[in-house]
Structures are given as C-alpha cells and as structure tokens.
Design a protein around this ligand. Structure first.
Ligand SMILES: NC(=O)c1ccc[n+]([C@@H]2O[C@H](COP(=O)([O-])OP(=O)(O)OC[C@H]3O[C@@H](n4cnc5c(N)ncnc54)[C@H](OP(=O)(O)O)[C@@H]3O)[C@@H](O)[C@H]2O)c1
Length: 310
C-alpha cells in the first residue's frame, strides 16, 4: 500500500530533499507518493518546515503525523489548528554541526584566539591559556544537541555542568534541574551555552537577574533561540563587563536588522543562524523511519510534547 506524503517547506528546499527522501523511503520499504501539492484530505503525512504553504492544518483530516524538518518547533507547536501528532527533527547531521559550532566557539574563547589574532604587534607576551580542566562550561538544555555538545566538551576535559527541566544523568557532566539548579549552573559558568527550546517557560530565561549571577567577565554563546535572552539586559551586562563577550547565532528578529546594536558591538560576534542545520541525507532517513514506524503501529520517534512546547 502506498501513502501520500506532502513536502511543505520554503521554496528552494525541495530540490535538496527530492532524491534523498525518495531513496530513504524506498530503503525503509515505504511505498510513498511524494508530492509538493495535494488535496489536503488525501495526505497521510506532512513533512514540514516553517515558511511553506500550510498555515491551517484543519483540512488535513486524514493526516496521521506532521514530521518537522527543524529541531526547534516553537513556530508550529503554537499553531492551534494542528491536532495531528508532531515529530521534530533529531538528525545526526544536525547534532554533529551543533557540536562542532559549540566546541569551536568554546575553544576560541577558552584559548583567547581573538586576543592572539589582535596582538600581532611585535610584542612577545608568552601567557599560556589555562587547561580545559580549569575552565567551567555551563550548558542550559541537555537534549539531543545540549547532551552531544556537553559530552564533546567533557571529552576535551572541560569542567561541564548542564541544566534541564527533568533530572538527568550524563557521564562526565554535572547535571542540574529546577530553579536552584539554574542558579548553580549560572554561578559556575565561565562560558555559558544556551541550547534550550523556545517555550513560554524559557523565554527571557537569561534576564538581568540571571546574568548578574554569573561570574564577572563570563562568556555567552547562544545557538538556541534569540528570545531566550533579554537583549537589553545583555547589552547592559556587556557594558559593565559582567559579560565579557557574546557569540550569538539566533535572534529575536531574523535576519538580524542591519541597525541592531549587536552588529557593531565590539564584544559581540554575530553568526547568521548557521550553528547547525538539518542535513537532507540524514534527515530523510529519520523521516522515512518515522513513517515506517507509524505505518506499523509503532510510536513516532521525537514526538513533541505540545503541553511542554518542545
Ligand atoms: N542555531 C541553530 O542553527 C539551531 C539548530 C538546531 C536547533 N537549535 C535550537 O536548539 C534547541 C535545542 O534542540 P534539541 O534538539 O537539543 O532539543 P531537545 O532535545 O528538545 O532538548 C531540549 C532541552 O531543553 C530542556 N528544557 C526545555 N524546557 C526547559 C525548562 N523550562 N527548564 C529547563 N530545561 C528545559 C529539556 O529538558 P528535559 O531534558 O528535561 O526535557 C532538554 O534537556 C532547539 O529547540 C532549537 O531552538 C538551533
């Protein structure tokens, strides 16, 4: 039996996924009619990324699941017309990319690479950086991406602590949860990485009060979501030196407006939401596996908990 699978993503995505999805579905033994347009009532599965055509899921009355191409689901999870089960993307390509971005930027700040690049001035100043074991890194969010990043940093010997909603155990990582746990992680983070999803509970989690708990001169990396940070509070903390530097990949408004103070700020590095992205090859395998599971009555992988918002 064949299922109708509708691909709904922004223009330009389809050519990247067309062959990869067809191959993955065939490899998974799923007979599928893979289309970019369909009568809503005939669609069995929707492969979805924000910015496509669908805003109202109501007519998709037969659709058994919406399979997101993004790890972050704040844009679709809040759509009141979505009543179908929603799975988000957990993809080895996405995870590898984020681990590389986080590790790279932690090492950049840990080793003082910016200062080295700026100091090619003929002055011999042999000050070695500390060892990773003496650098405390905190990671807010210990999900697919936070855990992989924490483990990579722990393998490099960084002193890593993390924070999640529910209690966790990760080898080599001191895990915290709850309000007191957040304060503990902030208070000991020389470098803090935000890898939380954007929900009503996490918006502005890094506000003036929380920034003040961090060690003076701490470094902030945000590859999570822009609204996790109160931007005015961060700009003020950068101004006083409470936060020495911030490397920001995600923003409240994207693209980041050309006149936003972050662009020209000497203590801020802007990267344009490139910390990681879904890779068509590996993501197609995940999508195909999930359709096969649904067709054989197994629970979907990476199901979104709509009440928690992620
Ligand atoms: N910049 C980029 O290019 C890029 C790319 C991909 C993803 N992202 C962002 O990265 C985020 C994380 O992705 P992921 O795949 O790691 O997500 P995930 O697997 O769902 O993990 C989310 C983590 O955040 C924790 N969390 C959620 N709400 C919390 C709260 N209120 N208090 C404390 N902890 C909370 C969760 O706790 P539990 O473990 O207890 O559930 C979990 O550890 C995405 O949501 C997306 O916004 C950015």
């Amino acid at each position: 039996m064949s299922v109708t699978v509708l691909f709904d993503a922004p223009d330009g995505q389809w050519p990247q996924y067309d062959t990869a999805l067809r191959t993955a579905l065939a490899d998974a033994g799923v007979g599928a009619d893979l289309v970019t347009n369909a009568v809503p009532q005939t669609v069995d599965y929707i492969i979805y990324a924000p910015g496509g055509q669908i805003t109202d899921f109501t007519p998709y009355s037969k659709t058994r699941a919406v399979l997101g191409l993004w790890a972050g689901v704040e844009k679709i999870a809040s759509n009141p017309t979505l009543t179908q089960p929603l799975a988000r993307m957990v993809d080895t390509g996405l995870t590898e990319g984020m681990t590389e971005w986080v590790t790279g930027h932690v090492l950049r700040h840990h080793l003082g690479i910016d200062a080295q690049l700026a100091a090619q001035n003929g002055v011999w100043n042999p000050v070695a950086p500390p060892l990773a074991r003496d650098r405390r890194v905190g990671i807010l969010g210990l999900g697919a991406l936070g855990t992989a990043s924490a483990q990579a940093l722990s393998t490099l010997n960084f002193n890593v602590a993390g924070w999640s909603r529910r209690p966790k155990q990760i080898e080599g990582v001191t895990c915290h949860h709850g309000d007191a746990g957040l304060r503990d992680v902030l208070a000991r983070s020389d470098i803090l990485v935000l890898l939380l999803p954007l929900t009503s509970a996490t918006e502005n989690v890094l506000n003036a009060k929380m920034l003040a708990l961090m060690p003076r001169g701490a470094i902030l990396l945000n590859p999570g979501r822009g609204p996790l940070i109160d931007d005015d509070a961060l700009l003020a903390a950068l101004g006083t030196g409470q936060i020495a530097q911030a490397t920001l990949d995600v923003f409240r408004t994207e693209p980041l407006p050309a006149d936003h103070p972050y662009w020209a700020h000497p203590q801020v590095t802007v990267t344009p939401h490139i910390a990681s992205e879904t890779r068509p090859q590996t993501a197609s395998t995940v999508i195909a596996q999930n359709i096969r599971r649904a067709e054989s009555g197994q629970p979907l992988l990476h199901l979104v908990d709509r009440s928690a918002g992620y």
